[in-house]
Design a protein around this ligand. Structure first.
Ligand code: URA
Length: 288
């Protein structure tokens, strides 16, 4: 037990006290690091008094914490959800052409969430939607190299040389691609399935990469994004992220953001992929 320090003149001892940044982060309003920034910037009051000291302890039951003048419990919490976008759906919230959009699939969510990044009209799979703008921006920033994995079906079977080319980087009209990881999944006579992981997000990138080695994409499904996996979520269904997933997502960019803020940049470059020989079928992946 420790004496409560430095806020609202309270000096009583309370073993339920927690650090102010932990309380703010626990409300879902901001990550722990962002909460620290809010406190240091003078945007947080406790029982009506401005608090800028990061070590300040508060009693979640008794103390009234406000961020930007809004009581913590009234602040809108962050919402994170994952949608399995079907094919022939726009990954935007609106489409001037009247085509179906991801908004049509997230009915019943009262908070306004927006998609993080894009998937082609023809592509399907994992889309993250959130109202956390800072996190969305960090996830999309090329500097943070958030890995995205696609299960793809292509025409014909790639040779090992073609796979090596994709892994090392191929020349597209907007420049060389960065290193990719390519895993052989399954082959048939006319087609094959691969898992491709990239850390960039150029338009139609995976389709163009495969086209450049002579294997047009027939089907493309995003199955992973950073720490998130699509798992068995049905096409057109959505679900809220678990706390563990949301925290992992925040941490996946939070640590990088923090490292860059501390001047320890650049963010680490992706390691060269480990080569795997042979064609194997992955666990728990549906293939058409
Ligand atoms: N790469 C593509 O080519 N299309 C997508 O939808 C996603 C990645």
């Amino acid at each position: 037990m420790r004496a409560v320090r430095s806020h609202a003149g309270r000096t009583s001892v309370n073993n339920m006290d927690i650090r102010l940044q932990k309380l703010i982060a626990g409300s879902g309003l901001a990550s722990r690091r962002k909460a620290e920034t809010l406190i240091a910037a003078g945007r947080v009051t406790v029982n009506g008094k401005l608090v800028t000291e990061l070590g300040t302890k508060v009693d979640p039951e008794r103390d009234h914490v406000k961020v930007d003048g809004k009581h913590l419990s009234h602040a809108q919490p962050f919402v994170y959800l994952m949608l399995n976008k079907p094919k022939h759906v726009m990954s935007t919230l609106d489409d001037p052409g009247g085509r179906p959009t991801v908004k049509d699939f997230i009915r019943g969510v009262s908070v306004r969430v927006f998609p993080v990044g894009r998937l082609d009209f023809e592509s399907e799979g994992l889309m993250l939607l959130t109202n956390n703008g800072d996190l969305a921006q960090a996830l999309l920033h090329p500097r943070y190299h958030v890995p995205k994995t696609y299960l793809i079906k292509v025409k014909r079977v790639l040779t090992d040389e073609e796979i090596r080319q994709l892994e090392g980087g191929v020349k597209l009209e907007d420049g060389m691609t960065g290193p990719a990881q390519v895993k052989k999944i399954k082959k048939a006579e006319q087609n094959s399935w691969l898992e491709v992981t990239i850390r960039e997000g150029r338009k139609h990138q995976v389709r163009r990469m495969l086209e450049s080695v002579g294997h047009p994409v027939i089907r493309l499904t995003r199955v992973k994004m950073g720490p998130l996996s699509l798992g068995r979520l049905e096409s057109g269904e959505f679900r809220f992220l678990t706390d563990r997933e949301a925290n992992a997502l925040r941490e996946s960019v939070g640590e990088r953001v923090a490292a860059i803020e501390r001047g320890e940049e650049p963010a680490p470059k992706p390691k060269r992929p480990v080569r795997r020989e042979g064609w194997a079928r992955p666990k728990k992946v549906k293939m058409a």
